[in-house]
Design a protein around this ligand. Structure first.
Ligand SMILES: *Cc1c(COP(=O)(O)O)cnc(C)c1O
Ligand SMILES: [Zn+2]
Length: 442
């Protein structure tokens, strides 16, 4: 049987937005942020007519298989390839299609069957946020907007500023007081206006939303703009494709607003509905115990998230009023997953051991996911039968410089000084055991 071309999917009428709270539908062509009927608290989720996109067909019939970026999955995105927006941003700021590294040494040490790290630091701005920003930029271009703005703890703003620079949009970024200079510098080097708000991330969200309404700027705010979760879902589609169209047992993800977790869930739902995977992995959300709003709601069995104090030093997950808490809780419940919390000391220790045992250097928020693994294994939530994917959400190069951790030693420019340090024997005893190990079969 010759497959029919997926002609219908070229238009947008197979797509609708649906409010996560009141279930009302709205057309995908309207510029909608949050649900107005739910006084802006409802988040919009893309509802796809999967039959029209080609459910049950092999992925190659549906995907743009020559596209080595997140636009590979364009037919499942709220911004099509027809408008000029995606075409303009797609080749100018190439986001997605990041590597999935096998972390065998860590898997063995932790007692996991298999561990992979999805390395989102390989995106152009060095974080997963590029996925949301390019889809939002494409949407803004399609709507003829020329100023785009966002609140950010640093990474979303850098991703937006980078994508805006590539296509020539003006960009305004609201960051909280105390945002690391590395991130503020990156955003301003891309040419964006950075406003350092005298307040925290939640204040920056409120101020930027109000500014967008007042001046008519296109608003990329996380979760409020539904393109964010839909863009981020491509990370999950890539994971299952890179695993040969199979679902891992669990995906471990740091949680601040909860939008990455929701995005992954959206991608996994799409893959399941299209028939590309046959079961849903568990989603395991990891919060900082010092910024625990989502974890607290989960532990209390609440249906919604209430604000909580936010004081973690891992700034990318330092959120007091999570913008996607409601959908994140639902996603964790629906996948039989869980939400756990880790202390800041565990997070900062994990930056070091994750880097040293996998070759992937995370920023602190990103290391929160890894920091939860030892306890998840000790509690029996994960074990030697499990295939686990860890998301490296952002590069360690983005973190505020710190003298903590690492093992740098000053040395005179002299070989005897090197010998005196006592590291020369270590070079000869380095283990090559990994090389003899047979490939585990899955
Ligand atoms: C944004 C971000 C997170 C958290 O994502 P949420 O959608 O806010 O839950 C985690 N790690 C890094 C590096 C981030 O930039
Ligand atoms: Zn609603």
């Amino acid at each position: 049987m010759t497959p029919k071309p997926v002609a219908d999917a070229e238009g947008m009428d197979h797509l609708r937005w649906q409010c996560s709270r009141c279930a009302a539908f709205s057309p995908v062509g309207d510029l909608r942020y949050a649900c107005t009927r739910c006084r802006w608290s409802g988040r919009l989720t893309l509802v796809i007519d999967y039959e029209r996109v080609g459910a049950g067909r092999p992925p190659a019939d549906v995907l743009l298989t020559d596209e080595h970026s997140l636009w590979r999955y364009a037919r499942l995105l709220p911004v099509g390839m027809d408008g000029g927006g995606s075409r303009r941003v797609r080749s100018r700021y190439v986001a997605g299609w990041t590597p999935l590294h096998r972390a065998d040494r860590l898997a063995r040490r932790l007692g996991l069957g298999r561990l992979w790290i999805k390395d989102e630091a390989a995106n152009p701005s060095g974080a997963l946020k590029d996925r949301a920003s390019v889809v939002a930029v494409a949407d803004a271009l399609d709507r003829g907007r020329n100023v785009i703005a966002t609140a950010s703890s640093g990474n979303a703003g850098a991703a937006l500023a980078g994508a805006a620079a590539a296509v020539g949009l003006r960009c305004v970024v609201f960051v909280p007081r105390g945002t690391p200079a590395t991130k503020v510098t990156q955003i301003s080097r891309y040419g964006a206006r950075v406003l350092v708000v005298d307040g925290d991330y939640d204040d920056a969200v409120r101020l930027s939303t109000a500014a967008c309404r007042r001046w008519g700027w296109y608003c990329r705010n996380t979760a409020y703009n539904p393109c964010t979760a839909e863009g981020k879902k491509t990370a999950a589609l890539e994971i299952v494709e890179q695993l040969g169209w199979s679902a891992p047992d669990a995906v471990v993800v740091p949680v601040g607003d909860g939008n990455i977790l929701v995005g992954l869930y959206r991608g996994l739902c799409d893959a399941l509905a299209m028939g590309w995977i046959d079961r849903m992995p568990r989603l395991i959300g990891v919060q900082a115990a010092a910024s625990p709003a989502v974890h607290r709601a989960w532990a209390e069995g609440a249906a919604d998230v209430s604000p909580a104090p936010a004081r973690t030093r891992a700034e990318s997950i330092n959120v007091g009023e999570p913008q996607d808490g409601f959908r994140a809780l639902a996603a964790v419940r629906d996948t039989a997953g869980l939400v756990v919390a880790v202390e800041d000391e565990e997070i900062f220790a994990a930056v070091d051991w994750l880097a040293a045992e996998s070759g992937v250097y995370p920023e602190p928020a990103s290391a929160a996911g890894a920091a939860a693994l030892p306890a998840l294994v000790a509690r029996g939530e994960l074990g030697s039968a499990d295939r686990v994917v860890l998301l490296n959400t952002g590069s360690g190069l983005k973190a505020a410089p710190s003298a903590e951790g690492g093992s740098a030693v000053p040395v005179a420019a002299d070989l005897r000084a090197v010998a005196a340090i006592g590291i020369t024997e270590a070079a000869e005893t380095g283990s090559e055991a990994d090389l003899d190990e047979p490939e585990p079969k899955w």
